[in-house]
Design a binder for this molecule. Structure first.
Ligand SMILES: Cc1cc2nc3c(=O)[nH]c(=O)nc-3n(C[C@H](O)[C@H](O)[C@H](O)COP(=O)(O)OP(=O)(O)OC[C@H]3O[C@@H](n4cnc5c(N)ncnc54)[C@H](O)[C@@H]3O)c2cc1C
Length: 494
């Protein structure tokens, strides 16, 4: 049996590992932390169970396809249920919009704002769905290993159809003049850590995917999917080494030969790196030949997505009128975006509040609430903050001040049983995310598709990369796709 080493047990590493194990390879996952999942892991404290990072399940069919590939029925391992409304969005003037996936309800809500708003929205859906199909069929599910995979008439023609040079916000403003609906359809680029004012217009597909494919919830939270993958991987005989840091990737000539753990070489027929690409280049690959163009200078000059500050709060009471997903805009969204991407801590930030205990009694003790607050902030390269204790405390207080304005949370600070804070520094130190950039390398045009670090490393044979900083990019379904591309390409090579 040919042996494969996988460096990192994040969701992309798990996807590659599970497919390869299922196809008859002997796979070992090395994970430096004491649980799998990486950014999709779990924090357990005082009877509460918090999802560390991702919370929104989009495109559940991609999650399910991975389990199905290994020959099992996904519903025996994981259960997704659709949410409707998918989220509530509250604007600074107090207006709250519930976003429905039911087209009849959605149109009623949009028509109430004006027939031209509903009409513009339908045109947006039509054009964006067309772009989505082009992106899916020509870009996302292709690994771009050789120049001709990209530079061919079919792909270039498809690229023109995407009209990527426009910004996400501008692309939406063309269809819908209502400013609140514009915001509601453009903030989602923050899910992948870029500004809607600057991010390529292709990312307007995110709210379309939410509406057309729904937003789902996995009982037990996102980590239950990691548990499902772990269970299936172990059933198939895969090996997991938790608390085991890979110190170096080993090479013989231009070929990856294995990994070094605890000072000892472990040889394998191929190496899959799931650790963040820029971190791995800087720390795990010592050979200049294998680094290729990704020198230290180049790695630090690349563009990084924004980071986030997170509060995980266990509350000793229930809160009425919350959805699972809730978004609150601050006063001036453009200023908020300018601050995040120019390195300043937002003065009046938009934030996202997740409360899985609204629909799941396994994530909080009875009669209590599980809250997760996410605030986009600068990554550590552009950011001018040190995230020391004083800064963290000050910023946390700013967030609490905003939370106190929400119905049912007026006394939040007196009702906290459990509190944990995640900062960009922790993402950098604990998850090895370069510059604490929670969504990896920014998906700017210069760092997308053919120009994003590749799944098949061009400078060494038998070395593959799966994860959010490589093609196709960030977000759980996309990271799962990168694991699939790696597994396909590796099997073709071996
Ligand atoms: C706060 C937050 C919210 C998000 N929300 C959503 C959402 O709602 N929906 C969605 O779809 N996506 C969301 N995302 C994005 C999504 O979580 C990520 O794109 C995805 O989880 C990335 O997975 P990965 O496998 O690329 O990387 P990671 O999860 O970072 O995995 C890399 C793994 O490698 C390990 N590692 C690093 N170095 C070594 C080493 N030397 N030796 C051994 N192991 C090592 C790390 O410990 C880690 O476990 C969110 C992300 C964050 C951070």
């Amino acid at each position: 049996m040919q042996k494969i080493s996988v460096v990192g047990g994040g969701v992309a590493g798990l996807a590659a590992a599970l497919r390869l194990q299922s196809d008859g390879y002997a796979v070992t996952i090395y994970e430096r932390r004491d649980q799998l999942g990486g950014k999709m892991s779990r924090i357990e404290k005082g009877g509460f169970t918090f999802d560390l990072g991702p919370t929104i399940v989009m495109m559940p069919h991609v999650y399910e396809e991975l389990l199905r590939y290994t020959g099992v029925e996904p519903s025996d391992y994981i259960n997704f249920k659709p949410l409707d409304p998918i989220y509530d969005v509250t604007f600074p003037d107090g207006e709250k919009i519930s976003v429905n996936t039911d087209l009849a309800d959605l149109i009623k809500d949009l028509e109430a704002r004006g027939e031209e708003v509903a009409q513009g929205y339908l045109r947006y859906l039509d054009e964006t769905y067309r772009k989505y199909l082009v992106a899916k069929n020509h870009f996302i599910e292709k690994s771009f290993r050789r120049p001709r995979d990209f530079y061919n008439p079919k792909t270039l023609r498809a690229g023109l159809k995407l009209k990527t040079f426009d910004s996400a916000h501008h692309a939406i403003a063309k269809f819908v003049k209502d400013e609140k609906i514009q915001k509601l359809l453009s903030f989602q680029t923050l899910y992948i850590g870029i500004s809607p004012r600057k991010g390529p217009s292709i990312y307007t597909i995110i709210p379309m995917i939410e509406t057309l494919y729904g937003v789902h919830y996995a009982k037990g939270g996102m980590y239950s999917y990691v548990e499902a993958l772990q269970k299936r991987f172990e059933e198939l005989g895969g090996t997991i080494r938790l608390g085991t840091e890979v110190e170096e990737i080993l090479f013989g000539g231009d070929e990856a030969k294995g990994v070094k753990v605890n000072g000892t070489p472990v040889y394998s027929d191929a190496v899959v790196v799931n650790a963040d690409f820029p971190y791995a280049m800087d720390n795990l690959i010592k050979s200049d030949r294998a680094k290729g163009k990704y020198t230290e200078k180049k790695i630090h000059a690349m563009d990084y997505s924004c980071s986030v500050m997170l509060l995980y709060i266990g509350l000793d009471k229930k809160v009425p009128n919350l959805q699972v997903h809730n978004l609150y805009f601050g006063g001036d969204f453009d200023e908020n975006l300018r601050e995040i991407f120019s390195g300043e801590l937002p003065s009046d930030p938009a934030f996202y509040l997740y409360s899985p205990s609204q629909v799941d009694d396994t994530v909080a003790p009875e009669g209590k609430e599980n809250l997760y607050v996410l605030v986009p902030v600068p990554e550590l390269k552009t950011g001018r903050q040190t995230w020391d204790e004083a800064t963290t405390k000050r910023y946390r207080e700013k967030i609490f001040k905003r939370l106190r304005q929400i119905e049912g949370l007026e006394d939040i600070e007196d009702r906290i049983e459990v509190l944990e804070t995640m900062t960009p520094n922790r993402f950098q130190d604990e998850l090895k995310a370069m510059y604490g950039a929670t969504f990896g390398l920014a998906p700017t045009l210069r760092q997308s598709n053919y120009w994003r670090p590749k799944n098949v490393h061009p400078y060494a044979r038998r070395l593959y990369f799966a994860g959010s900083s490589v093609h196709p990019g960030a977000g759980v379904p996309i990271a799962l796709t990168s694991g699939k591309l790696v597994s396909d390409e590796l099997q073709r090579d071996l």
